[in-house]
Design a protein around this ligand. Structure first.
Ligand SMILES: [Zn+2]
Ligand SMILES: [Zn+2]
Length: 273
């Protein structure tokens, strides 16, 4: 049975992805309302009740919004580090989900998925990226980071599928009338978010023979356009000669196509919803 991977939605207003192996069903972040997550899982024919775990990268609301309400519907283990846990409970003191704490940098298993966590530079308490190793292939998560460190590069290199942040277009951010200068500085800082240009540059550092599927995620609603992000990164893929990599831009409003990983052969192929 192939491993199925679906980004349920990604953008600066909410992030949530779904991974399903033969025995294990996981959410990666829960940054929509519980109802939205339920509806988007239903589009895949899946339910909240069947989840085996929720992995959390960091405590910003676009990654954890659903947890409080989810705790009144289901009892599913949430995996995060100690500082993230403290920050979540500070925001959502009535959240009653069972938390399982890991040390940043540690690996642990949930069912048949091996989860590797690693530190990323971002303005949260103790933000992490993940590499999920499954029988069908490896999925990397690299959103919410100001720059790509050597550690990040090394940890995501085994990924067959990678979710990479392309948060903003530099010019649109600079021209944005809604954001004060201080917020723009924070976004642009080394603990902020990757621009389209920075994502393209990061790609040259994380590119490998293994990588087959690249999803651009966490696009800013106001300061980016899917076509700008796509064009910028597609140019870089061409420059790198990475013709073996498919490129898709994840959207805030609807799930991506489900990716089937390791259906007896690599490269895996996308499946229409
Ligand atoms: Zn975020
Ligand atoms: Zn964040």
């Amino acid at each position: 049975m192939p491993v199925r991977f679906t980004i349920l939605g990604s953008g600066s207003r909410g992030n949530c992805a779904y991974l399903e192996t033969e025995t294990t069903r996981l959410l990666i972040d829960a940054g929509f309302s519980a109802r939205q997550i339920q509806q988007r899982l239903a589009q895949l024919g899946r339910t909240l009740e069947r989840l085996d775990g929720i992995l959390i990268t960091h405590e910003h609301s676009d990654h954890v919004r659903a947890l409080d309400v989810l705790s009144r519907k289901i009892q599913v283990p949430v995996y995060c580090n100690r500082l993230t846990y403290d920050a979540i409970l500070y925001q959502q003191p009535r959240c009653r989900l069972p938390f399982h704490l890991f040390e940043t940098g540690a690996s642990f298993t949930v069912g048949d998925v091996e989860v590797e966590s690693f530190s990323v530079p971002h303005d949260a308490q103790d933000p992490v990226g993940f590499l999920l190793r499954t029988a069908g292939g490896n999925v990397g998560f690299l959103t919410d980071l100001g720059h790509v460190t050597r550690l990040v590069r090394e940890r995501v290199r085994p990924a067959h599928a990678l979710v990479l942040e392309a948060n903003h277009d530099l010019q649109l951010l600079q021209e944005d009338p809604k954001r004060p200068w201080s917020v723009k500085q924070r976004i642009l800082s080394r603990h902020g978010h990757l621009s389209n240009e920075a994502a393209a540059e990061a790609l040259s550092e994380v590119m490998s023979e293994t990588l087959r599927h690249l999803f651009l995620g966490h696009l800013s609603q106001d300061c980016n356009r899917p076509e700008l992000a796509h064009a910028c990164v597609a140019r870089q893929l061409e420059t790198l000669g990475a013709t073996h990599v498919t490129l898709e831009v994840a959207s805030q409003g609807a799930p991506c196509r489900t990716l089937l990983l390791g259906n007896g052969h690599l490269p895996p192929s996308p499946e229409p919803l």
